[in-house]
Ligand binder design. Structure first.
Ligand code: NAD
Length: 302
């Protein structure tokens, strides 16, 4: 089995001052990557800033014999994103790997979801991924190599009470990945998604204590490291990881039903009569991109 090795590779990990990001940064550095440890150092809900978190992780990496530089920018600004990428290029000449991991939570039920809770969470998760990924992607495209990880959540993929802002932002990353996997393909830029469940300050009041105790961030890192490696030739995968369990979640489409010859407009009653067939997920299909979906319309278009 070929070793997953990052010698000569340059990685940016956002939000790497704690939790999952810290673990990825330590593990990448252990396997030879030069790492930009980005962290704004604010509170769990995104208030304030501090250099301490990123600095501490850089010190840990160096103490273990690895190479790393800190960066304290906010991922949610254009300037922050550009400076994070500039830090990598100034220190190490390029960006091979970007892990979009920085995150905050501002949970509220939807009727209590005020604008600043909505916008703040959107800004860090979705806008943050845009702000950092764009300059990184441009460097990767020039170099003909790149591995990008987005971090989504089961809250978005499956739903979780009280997390409408977070779930919406996290699903935005799924749409972004679906497009970047296509736009990155000819430049050898692969874009994949991690769906973690692990103990961190974001989950200390979400996970039951007996789960929290066991679900160490170390369990997520192997899937992320593999998807950051040269060996990984897939793009557009959404990979669940927790406690040594790994699986793929995908958007699948049921076989459906045709209620027209392509000219006759079906009635709402016909839709109602056929609802069970329309919503069936038996023998689903996977479409790698939108035009593939038009394939099923073949006879109706002729
Ligand atoms: P964490 O709070 O330990 O780590 C997040 C880090 O991001 C913090 O160190 C924080 O300072 C940093 N950060 C926040 N806003 C930032 C900004 N604007 N710019 C730069 N850095 C910023 O939490 P974690 O659980 O390790 O979360 C990591 C990622 O994983 C997040 O995107 C989170 O939504 C996602 N996630 C976590 C879980 C889980 O079970 N822990 C589940 C699903 C998704």
């Amino acid at each position: 089995m070929a070793k997953v090795d990052f010698t000569g590779r340059v990685a940016i990990v956002t939000g790497a001052g704690a939790g999952l990001g810290r673990q990825y940064a330590l593990d990448l550095a252990k396997r030879g990557a030069k790492v930009v440890v980005n962290d704004l150092g604010g509170s769990r809900d995104g208030v304030g800033s501090s250099d301490a978190a990123a600095k501490k992780v850089v010190d840990e990496i160096k103490a273990a014999g690895g190479e790393a530089v800190p960066n304290y920018e906010n991922v949610a600004t254009i300037q922050g994103g550009e400076n994070i990428v500039k830090t990598a290029i100034d220190a190490y000449g390029k960006v091979d790997i970007l892990i979009n991991n920085a995150g905050i939570l501002r949970d509220k039920t939807f009727t209590k979801m005020e604008e600043d809770n909505w916008d703040g969470v959107m800004a860090v998760h979705l806008r943050g991924a845009y702000c950092v990924t764009k300059p990184a992607f441009m460097n990767m495209r020039e170099n003909g190599y790149g591995r990008i990880i987005m971090t989504t959540s089961g809250a978005g993929l499956f739903g979780n009470f009280g997390q409408s802002n977070y779930a919406a932002a996290k699903m935005g990353l799924i749409g972004l990945t679906n497009v970047l996997k296509l736009e990155g393909a000819k430049y050898n830029v692969k874009v994949n998604v991690i769906v973690p469940v692990a103990a961190s300050r974001l989950t200390e009041d979400v996970l039951p204590p007996e789960f929290f105790e066991k679900m160490k961030p170390d369990f997520i890192s192997p899937a992320v490291l593999y998807m950051c490696s040269e060996q990984c030739q897939d793009s557009g995968m959404f990979i669940n990881a927790t406690l040594g369990y790994f699986s793929r979640t995908a958007i699948l489409t049921g076989p459906g039903v045709v209620l027209s010859d392509g000219t006759k407009i079906p009635s709402p009653e016909e839709v109602a009569e056929n609802w069970d067939k329309i919503k069936s997920l038996e023998n689903p299909k996977y479409f790698d991109q939108l035009p593939e979906m038009f394939g099923v319309l073949g006879p109706l278009l002729s």
